[in-house]
Ligand binder design. Structure first.
Ligand SMILES: O=C(CO)COP(=O)(O)O
Length: 256
């Protein structure tokens, strides 16, 4: 945790969810109502097909809704893509950019991710910029080099603590049930913090840095308690209402 920074517990549903899953949005929207919501923000990023209805279902809840990707242009001949403006038009307030699955499946570069984050800012969305090393890069001892490069090249110059969230997701920890040690998470997050402060000054002290990769109810308290970890980006466990709410609820004990 970072002093005076409101943590963000975010779920990334990836390519999962049909209209039947809207009941889960409703349950999460209800589940995050309560005193903890003043201290911890909750977000679900469903697939784009559910975005509009999901925001309608959560209007009376502190639950925020976001998208998983956007195009770098506001509109135009880009079959199959959605723009940041379209997300804002559906009342989404966040968009994930540069997830490792998009970097791999769609060959997205740091340069493109940065343009997408800029598109998000132009539409007044908060961009969650994902970075993280692969297993091979880690074995080669390049973890901090990769983090440094991705952070510097994927995050726009116009980033602020309000329009930008960083999600550190070691690729080898995604969907594997394996997480880095607390010491490794602490080291990576301290490094990101120092890089952000060096580049953005005081704003860099307040940019939220999420950890993502096999976050579960059983490890949430330990991981969320690490210095400079300002929340979680959760894949698989965010598809289960009870698990998402348990991870969110881990902050009850941490903020006591
Ligand atoms: O990629 C992730 C979130 O964006 C993490 O996924 P898992 O929580 O399923 O490991």
């Amino acid at each position: 945790m970072t002093p005076d920074v409101r943590p963000l517990v975010a779920g990334n549903w990836k390519m999962n969810g049909t209209r039947a899953s809207l009941d889960q949005i409703k349950a999460i929207a209800e589940g995050v109502q309560g005193p903890l919501s003043a201290k911890v923000e909750a977000l679900i990023c469903p697939p784009a097909t559910l975005l509009y209805v999901a925001t309608a279902l959560s209007t009376d809840s502190p639950l925020a809704i976001g998208a998983q990707d956007c195009h770098q242009k506001p509109s135009g001949a880009h079959t199959g893509d959605i723009s940041a403006e379209m997300i804002a038009d559906c009342f989404g307030t966040y968009v994930i950019v540069g997830h490792s699955e998009r970097r791999t499946d769609h060959a997205e570069t740091d340069h493109l991710v940065r343009a997408k984050a800029e598109a998000a800012f132009a539409a007044e969305l908060t961009a969650i910029v994902c970075i993280g090393e692969t297993a091979d890069e880690r074995k080669a001892g390049q973890t901090l080099d990769i983090i440094k490069r991705q952070l510097s090249a994927s995050v726009p110059e116009s980033a602020t603590a309000e329009n930008t969230v960083i999600a550190y997701e070691p690729v080898w920890a995604i969907g594997t049930g394996v997480t880095p040690t607390v010491e490794d998470v602490e080291k990576a997050h301290a490094f990101m913090r120092s890089e952000l402060v060096a580049r953005f000054g005081d704003a860099g002290k307040k940019v939220r840095i999420l950890y993502g990769g096999s976050v579960k109810p059983s490890n949430a308290k330990e991981l969320m308690g690490v210095a400079n970890v300002d929340g979680a980006l959760i894949g698989g466990a965010s598809l289960k209402v009870a698990d998402f709410l348990a991870i969110y609820g881990a902050y009850e004990a941490l903020l006591d």
